[in-house]
Design a protein around this ligand. Structure first.
Ligand SMILES: C[S@@+](CC[C@H](N)C(=O)[O-])C[C@H]1O[C@@H](n2cnc3c(N)ncnc32)[C@H](O)[C@@H]1O
Length: 266
């Protein structure tokens, strides 16, 4: 099965994204918002809001005055708007390096599972600081691709064992997603009181199909890899995963999803 892998990070299809990983980004978002211990009545910006997982958690747990979600994907912006009809939330297109807000417009700028997809991260931090008031908070989290994001870890370990190039693994592509690089990015951007913390949440799959089927549908890198395979290789990978995963007697699969969170004061 050795073959070159072209990473695909296309962001379309909100429902298939939610079935793949959005359903697990929601509990991480809840833990993250609690970790920030925010003041009520704050103005928030959610960069790379996707289908609205983090915005929703802010609305539920932080009593914000307003939340603006921005994302380059028109499809995800539309999906988030339909999913999150709260009048305090606004969704629009924008990127981390070109934020459609004036200077000092918000009290907190947050971003969930996005920074590793941004090619010029120092420029993104600079732009995040521009739109955040002095003394405000800038914070983000990324998957722990190398270890505790087990849904993906099992997948890529099986792919590499079957002969794919090690560079296909998102842990190799996203070496940034570790405490050291995260801390450096925030410190080098001039943020104060920078802290990094792990967030780990349980991810329980009803059965093997509940784990596997989203890989056949979503638009992220691992599902795109599955769809690039011929039928025989796809079946072989599926069966290799079935053997590896800790399927319990009742058919459920209990994994966990880990992320690294970072915060600092502007
Ligand atoms: C893994 S999804 C995370 C979505 C959402 N925050 C969540 O937690 O479910 C990554 C998101 O980053 C967005 N994205 C990619 N490049 C970006 C950039 N340069 N600036 C802002 N967002 C970006 C994608 O469109 C996608 O919605």
């Amino acid at each position: 099965m050795s073959r070159p892998v072209v990473p695909v990070d296309s962001w379309v299809g909100g429902t298939s994204y939610d079935n793949y990983v959005g359903r697990w980004s929601r509990p991480v978002a809840r833990e993250f918002v609690a970790w920030l211990d925010p003041q009520s009545g704050s103005r928030w910006l959610d960069i790379g809001c996707g289908t609205g997982a983090l915005t929703e958690s802010v609305l539920l747990a932080a009593a914000p005055a307003a939340v603006t979600g921005i994302d380059p994907s028109a499809d995800f912006v539309a999906h988030a708007g339909a999913q999150v009809p709260d009048p305090r939330a606004t969704f629009r297109r924008g990127t981390a390096t070109d934020i459609p807000l004036p200077t000092a417009a918000v009290d907190l700028t947050v971003s969930g599972l996005v920074l590793n997809f941004v090619s010029d991260r120092p420029a993104a931090l600079h732009e995040m600081r521009r739109v955040t008031r002095k003394g405000g908070t800038i914070a983000a989290y990324v998957w722990d691709y190398g270890a505790e994001m087990q849904l993906m870890r099992y997948f890529w370990d099986a792919v590499i064992d079957r002969g794919a190039a090690a560079s296909a693994d998102e842990a190799a592509r996203f070496d940034f997603c570790r405490p050291g690089p995260l801390r450096h990015l925030f410190v080098d951007a001039g943020l104060l009181a920078v802290e990094v913390a792990p967030i780990v949440v349980p991810t329980v799959f009803a059965d093997f199909d509940d784990y596997w089927t989203p890989f056949l549908q979503a638009s992220a890198a691992a599902p795109a890899y599955v769809r690039s395979l011929g039928e025989d290789d796809r079946v072989a990978l599926r069966e290799a995963l079935r053997q590896r995963l800790p399927v319990r007697a009742d058919g459920t699969i209990a994994l966990h999803a880990g992320a690294w969170a970072v915060r600092g004061r502007s």
